[in-house]
Design a protein around this ligand. Structure first.
Ligand code: PEP
Ligand code: MN
Length: 333
């Protein structure tokens, strides 16, 4: 739309887009509104919008990800994730146990990460484990513990959803849905969280290309849920010295292609607690918008991912070190 177009003109254009059988995705900026039109392959009917009052131009988006791409929204998005801006100067810090194991464990960690500067508590109540015999999470009881942790600390809750049937239950507690690497291309689940309108952290699948990952984000955005934070968590390569290969190339690559914020998880990305801090620093230097870090007071006794979990004091050290890098690249923690 032309600069400072009236609300009436914008509404007229949206109505026309919908009459033509497309879905309209208006992005209202301070000076300018852009309306994404997504629908069937044939773009020719949209050319008639060009003659409408208030329309500046009609531009076809060539990339397959229509709403996630920079063609649609050239400036980076600063999302409102449960009241916390993500994608701006302030870096997002998501920390907590891999799994919610007990009330004591979770509350201890929540207070420690809050003290160190985290805004979000992570913790799985539903765990997608490689082995069916491994701990699968406390489920409903785990959600109750997370709710109490939020009440005590004010931290926003990020927790994984592995199945659509759990959505109503998780939605009541979570501030942010985590879609894990194993479900990055679970399109039914992506549609469900898209419809929920709750913010989503979408982890990269261990074998998804950046294009496939952005198409996964597009599933969520296509329902009008624009609050998607991408999370690089390492990919499968031939290397076995680390659990995964943390692909920090993804940070500048995603930033070139997409306006969505991208955070980095060096815990899963390395699999070794003693590599987490240095890769967290590298992620911030590369331009990441935040970090997701696993923290556990007794990593040896953790029910999942102990070998990559930091003790609370090590996490506090990581934050102090990361802050120095953040300052060097004009960001804040
Ligand atoms: C997790 O965050 O604990 C997790 C299971 O991560 P990922 O989906 O990246 O493996
Ligand atoms: Mn984990």
């Amino acid at each position: 739309m032309e600069r400072n177009s009236s609300r009436e003109k914008i509404d007229d254009v949206i109505r026309c887009i919908e009459e033509l059988g497309y879905k309209a995705h208006p992005i209202v900026g301070v000076e300018r509104t852009v309306i994404g039109c997504v629908g069937h392959e044939d773009k020719s009917p949209l050319s008639q919008l060009e003659s409408m009052s208030g329309v500046e131009s009609v531009i076809p988006i060539l990339k397959p990800f229509k709403l996630a791409g920079r063609e649609f929204k050239p400036e980076p998005s600063i999302l409102d994730v449960a009241g916390i801006p993500v994608g701006g100067t302030q870096l997002a810090l998501i920390a907590g146990p891999c799994s919610v194991e007990s009330r004591e464990q979770t509350l201890e960690i929540a207070h420690a990460v809050k003290e160190a500067g985290a805004q979000f508590l992570r913790g799985g109540a539903f765990k997608p484990r490689t082995s069916p015999y491994a701990f699968q999470g406390l489920r409903g009881q785990g959600l109750e513990i997370l709710a109490e942790a939020r009440e005590q600390t004010g931290l926003r809750i990020v927790t994984e959803i592995v199945s659509i049937e759990d959505l109503p239950m998780i939605q009541d507690v979570a501030d942010v849905f985590q879609i894990g690497a194993r479900n990055c291309q679970n399109y039914a689940l992506l549609n469900a969280v898209g419809q929920s309108k709750k913010p989503v952290v979408l982890k990269r699948g261990m074998s998804t290309t950046i294009n496939e990952w952005l198409m996964a984000a597009e599933y969520v955005l296509s329902h009008g849920n624009y609050n998607v934070v991408l999370c690089e968590r390492g990919i499968r390569t031939f290397e076995t010295a680390t659990r995964f290969t943390l692909d920090l190339n993804a940070v500048p690559a995603v930033k070139q292609l997409s306006h969505l914020p991208i955070i980095v998880d060096p815990s899963h990305g390395t699999g070794h607690w003693n590599m987490v801090e240095v890769m967290a620093r590298a992620a911030i230097a590369a331009g990441a918008d935040g970090l997701m870090i696993e923290v556990h007071p007794h990593p040896d006794a953790a029910l999942s991912d102990g070998s990559q979990s930091l003790k609370p004091e090590k996490f506090a050290h990581l934050v102090a070190e990361a802050r120095k890098i953040a300052e060097a690249v004009d960001r804040e923690i």
